[in-house]
Design a protein around this ligand. Structure first.
Ligand SMILES: [Zn+2]
Length: 318
């Protein structure tokens, strides 16, 4: 009895002739061409969907409302990673607490670190806050290799999309034209959106704000804001009374009225600080899915730029 299985091709190393044969044997080309992509975050997943279209199936692991440093791996994660043709990671040790065991348990040779199906998105982007001295995790810093929240600059999003396009083309050369066209279209839409965001943020250039975690250096660098203090004493270290008093003093001294918070942190300390300085607490979306309207990479910026500009308009009267 002849039986034929579709699920695992084409992937790196499958000769084109086999793919052609499979197509002739009745597998639909669209199905045959779908690469299985797993991304560690919804931001990377969104960019992979932009570039890959229907040539890929994409799963994002960490949800946008979860702290990407500390993700509770679900059993389904191992299943997804085990069948992936491509694993896209943020890198810079963002996922060090939860991803290495998943990669090990998956027993998937294609997506091991350094294999063809492993893409570290941090390698072609602008990284900020790279430590100059000797930094170890023992000091409590969860950003020992520079700031890993780099996707919050649209220029970095563009570079990640380009790296994904090149990787997808390497794994699936037959669909190069599709990936090229989809990347070009994304690049164009992103450039149009950037003009919109720049115009919205222009009145607030140089405005000082406070953030809970160091999630926003790329974002504020891109849009001209200035973070002068953090609710966390160090990235990954919860607020302490002594540090909170320092933050209140700093905000009063510099006339800072806005605290931005990621959706996975307790609002108690930010609200207490805001009450002391007559300020406002704003929950933003550090990732796609972090708020309902931030449902893809471009909408993530639509949401954050719109929300922060509305708050700054109230505060500054500009
Ligand atoms: Zn962080």
């Amino acid at each position: 009895m002849f039986s034929f299985k579709v699920p695992t091709f084409p992937s790196a190393g499958v000769p084109a002739a086999m793919v052609l044969a499979a197509t002739l044997l009745g597998a639909t080309p669209a199905m045959a061409a779908q690469l299985k992509v797993v991304a560690t975050t919804e931001d990377l997943a969104s960019l992979a969907r932009e570039v890959g279209g229907d040539k890929v199936s994409v799963v994002g692991l960490a949800k946008g409302y979860q702290d990407p440093h500390y993700v509770d791996p679900k059993p389904s994660f191992i299943f997804e990673v085990s069948r992936a043709d491509l694993l896209i990671v943020v890198g810079r040790e963002l996922e060090i607490g939860w991803l290495p065991p998943l990669i090990n348990s998956s027993r998937n040779a294609k997506i091991q670190v350094g294999a063809n199906g492993y893409l570290d998105a941090s390698l072609t982007v602008k990284i900020m806050e790279i430590p100059t001295g000797q930094i170890t995790r023992a000091m409590g810093d969860v950003h020992p290799q520079g700031n890993p929240h780099y996707w919050l600059d649209p220029e970095n999003g563009r570079r990640i999309a380009l790296a994904i396009k090149n990787k997808l083309t390497q794994l699936d050369p037959a669909d190069k034209a599709t990936f090229d066209a989809r990347y070009a279209d994304f690049d164009k839409r992103l450039a149009e959106a950037e003009k919109r965001w720049d115009a919205t943020m222009a009145p607030y250039k140089g405005t000082k704000i406070v953030s809970f975690h160091r999630s926003w250096p790329n974002f504020v660098d891109r849009f001209g804001l200035n973070v002068v203090a953090y609710v966390e004493p160090k990235p990954g270290i919860p607020p302490s009374p002594a540090h909170t008093i320092d933050v209140i003093g700093e905000m009063k001294a510099q006339g800072v009225k806005l605290i931005i918070v990621e959706p996975y942190f307790d609002l108690k300390t930010p609200k207490a600080i805001a009450a002391q300085v007559g300020g406002t607490v704003l929950v933003l979306a550090p990732s796609v899915g972090g708020q309902k309207d931030a449902s893809d990479y471009i909408k993530l910026f639509d949401y954050n730029v719109g929300t922060i500009a509305a708050a700054l308009k109230q505060i500054t009267g500009k």
